[in-house]
Design a protein around this ligand. Sequence first.
Ligand SMILES: [Zn+2]
Ligand SMILES: [Zn+2]
Length: 302
Amino acid sequence: MILDVPTASDFQNHGARFLNLAWDVVVRHAKSMDDFEHFGDTEDFEEDFWRAAVDDVGLALALAHTGVDHLLKAGIASVSPFLLISSTPREWPRGCDKDDIPFAEFRTVDSQDLVRTYNAVAPQRLPDAFLQQHDKLRRVRNRLIHTVDHRLTPAVKDLVLAVLVSTHYLAGSGSWIAMRRKGLEASPIATLFPDSGPLPTLNQELRHVVGWLGAKELKLYVGIDKKRRLYSCPRCLEECERDMQEHFEGVAQLTPGGPGARFLHCVACGEQSEVARQRCSSEGCKGNVRDPSGEVCLTCNC
Ligand SMILES: [Zn+2]
Ligand SMILES: [Zn+2]
């Protein structure tokens, strides 16, 4: 018999790790550049910055591609992991009919055949939106790994979108936010701050994603309406260290919207919170959405 046969959730967990690593690299760089832009004109620095980041971004794209391969394998393995064995019985490891052999010793489906295999066996075929994004990720990865190309800013958006689109179609709508939250919780940096959770970082990353994506992509893959105001979510704000709260920027939106709306939905923590509608008295703040106790303005956090 075949030993150590991987399950769909093994592949999904591995995929999430690769995607988290890729996301870490690219989002960290893009956040640094975005934050630096707040200090003024960055045109002189931007080209040098991205030129220095070219290898990191290329490797991150390769990691993301491997991550998506694992999610495709998860989908195939959910039908049967044995569909991933690509060779005929004649080509299987020597002695496999006499001894138990680990699955890892069998030749498995090549990366370029995974989409074809998935579409042949999965109950639902992957849509064009996935196929186009997957092909684009491969082309951008090849371009950056095999050539010297300094047009990197679009590559950052390509990677962010590839992660969001792939997880949306292969692991379910909104699944990336849950994978990212777990990834941040499991990160070595989290062990240095045992009292704070992943939500403040996740909110910060999603605020950058709001700036990078168009309205249609943002609504479909993240669940945020770009045309509507973003508020701090009381639960996420609570997880933020007190002296950092004034800088906290949330990703919660009123649901269903409008002046009488009394609930905020937050895509970072997934919670819906009741809010109080009262004007903020802080100078310059036009907010009128406060936490349930009415103590904190969810626009300026004061
Ligand atoms: Zn929240
Ligand atoms: Zn306020």
